[in-house]
Design a binder for this molecule. Structure first.
Ligand code: MN
Length: 290
């Protein structure tokens, strides 16, 4: 099942180039008062929600996908975990390019581990990326995103897939420079998730997925998830040995070679086999006090 969020917080079931408006299915989610839960309520109740979506879909209104404004498919993840330099060829290109590695900050993922991105940086494809420091190099990083479905800590790699509810595409947007990754990659709109989530039962082999990214039609990145340095089970095992994984948590699995700069006016297109394609506009952020 492909589930999107669109326009004014509508919930959609994606079918080809159409979307069924199944917002009414959200009624099955529990309502919350303060304090809010540390899970994403939609993902935490995904089984029940999917039943309701199936029940109401036949009579739900159908809209063309074109023209819909796609929002981040998971609205309230508890955390966003990300894997740095998790493709061998990206490690090589980073080591060769001083504008990427900054005094050889780049090391193997086995040594430096994972990092966190601020939840406030999450947007959907329809929002686009707002470049906050246009004088610096801002890069695209296409990445497969795991959506955690079941809570767990110290998850052994053999059990890893039991904890994944869904998959999505992502852009781990990055301003290059000497600062911590958590700062450079947490700028508002620098975590693009989309175009929607695909539930795990529908994605045949997440460990052999082709994906590619173009900027203004020019090919930049093309890779397959089989070339991950730390594969999906290892990422889950590693992450959960530090943080309890919660339903709705997102895990960005790392970007392959081909990272490059984007500037105001660019259009990024990124497509993941079996998931979908998203178009993301790039513009400069307004610099005024607000
Ligand atoms: Mn990345």
């Amino acid at each position: 099942m492909k589930i999107c969020r669109f326009d004014d917080n509508r919930l959609g079931l994606v079918e080809g180039d159409e979307v069924r408006d199944v917002t009414a299915a959200l009624e099955v989610l529990p309502s919350h008062r303060y304090p809010l839960p540390t899970v994403d309520p939609m993902i935490a109740n995904l089984g029940r929600l999917r039943q309701e979506i199936r029940r109401i879909a036949p009579s739900a209104p159908t809209l063309p996908l074109a023209g819909r404004r796609l929002l981040a498919p998971v609205a309230n993840p508890g955390k966003v975990i990300a894997a740095p330099v998790n493709y061998r060829k990206h490690l090589e290109e980073a080591r060769e390019d001083a504008t990427i590695h900054f005094n050889n900050q780049v090391a193997e993922i086995q040594q430096i581990g994972l990092f966190l991105k601020a939840n406030s940086s999450i947007v959907g494809a329809g929002h686009g990326v707002e470049i906050q420091h246009p004088d610096r190099r801002n890069d695209h990083e296409a990445e497969l995103v795991l959506v955690i479905g079941k809570a767990g800590r110290n998850i052994p790699r053999e059990r890893a897939f039991e904890h994944i509810a869904a998959y999505s595409g992502g852009l781990d947007m990055t301003v290059r420079g000497p600062q911590e990754r958590s700062m450079r990659k947490s700028i508002d709109s620098y975590t693009v998730v989309g175009p929607w989530i695909v539930t795990a039962d529908e994605l045949k082999d997440p460990q052999a997925l082709d994906f590619w990214l173009t900027v203004n039609g020019e090919p930049r990145q093309r890779a397959n998830t089989r070339d991950l340095v730390l594969d999906i089970p290892t990422l889950i095992e590693t992450a959960s040995s530090y943080y309890t994984l919660q339903p709705g948590d997102l895990l960005f699995t790392g970007t392959p070679e081909g990272v490059a700069r984007v500037v105001d006016g660019d259009v990024i297109v990124v497509e993941f086999e079996g998931i979908g394609r998203m178009e993301v506009d790039v513009r400069n952020a307004t610099r005024s006090y607000a």
